[in-house]
Design a protein around this ligand. Structure first.
Ligand code: SF4
Length: 211
């Protein structure tokens, strides 16, 4: 969406994101900020959830997926019906790369949660000394809501700019390349945390004594 609007993710998050960067802002009538009389202002790059509507998708982490049908929203001009197939609808919405990116980000997310659980951390990982330090929600550095991203990792452009500078890499150009580098940077951050966790992980008694 940021690319569609000709801006970076830092500006996009500040201008159009809410709830710590996890949702899009609404206008005064409660509609998505990108609704215009001509339709969606970011239609070519609309998010996956918008591509899926009126379907909802649930995945189980083992490759299983289910789809459901949302009720029609009042005023929605989308075509509703049950004549077509789910596969045909998904193909028409160009969801394939979005599913793949969601799967890969999901893997990183689950890996991060498992690591936090292993470390006995509830809510926050401290920012690294170098690089785009991630901040997991819940700690004092996490904003309540609004323009600030909940995690530095959400600001993809800023994250991989710092990563590229640290690694002496050229900045990625395309969206797929940018996402690939972002995932790689997050993967390396988790590798580093896991290595440190191996050294620092508290045993069960230590965890029980923690406040
Ligand atoms: S398709 Fe999505 S991004 Fe576009 S106006 Fe609707 S809710 Fe907003």
């Amino acid at each position: 969406m940021a690319r569609q609007l000709g801006m970076g993710t830092t500006e996009f998050l500040a201008r159009y994101a809410d709830n710590g960067g996890t949702t899009l802002k609404n206008d005064a009538e409660g509609r998505c900020v990108f609704v215009t009389p001509e339709g969606c202002a970011v239609h070519p790059r609309r998010p996956l959830v918008c591509r899926l509507y009126p379907l909802g998708r649930a995945v189980d982490g083992q490759g299983g997926e289910k789809f459901g049908l949302f009720p029609r929203q009042e005023g929605c001009e989308a075509d509703f019906g049950t004549d077509g197939s789910v596969a045909g609808f998904l193909a028409s919405q160009g969801v394939a790369p979005y599913f793949e990116w969601a799967r890969r980000y999901g893997e990183v997310y689950r890996r991060m949660l498992a690591l936090l659980d292993r470390l006995g951390v509830e809510g926050k990982v401290e920012e690294r000394d170098e690089g785009p330090g991630p901040v997991v929600p819940g700690g004092p550095a996490a904003p309540e809501a609004g323009a600030e991203p909940l995690s530095a990792w959400q600001d993809i452009d800023a994250s991989f700019a710092a990563y590229c500078e640290a690694k002496g890499l050229a900045a990625p150009r395309g969206i797929a390349e940018s996402i690939g580098l972002h995932l790689r940077a997050m993967g390396e951050w988790l590798d580093d945390l896991e290595a440190r966790a191996g050294r620092d992980a508290p045993d069960d008694d230590e965890r029980k004594d923690r406040p």
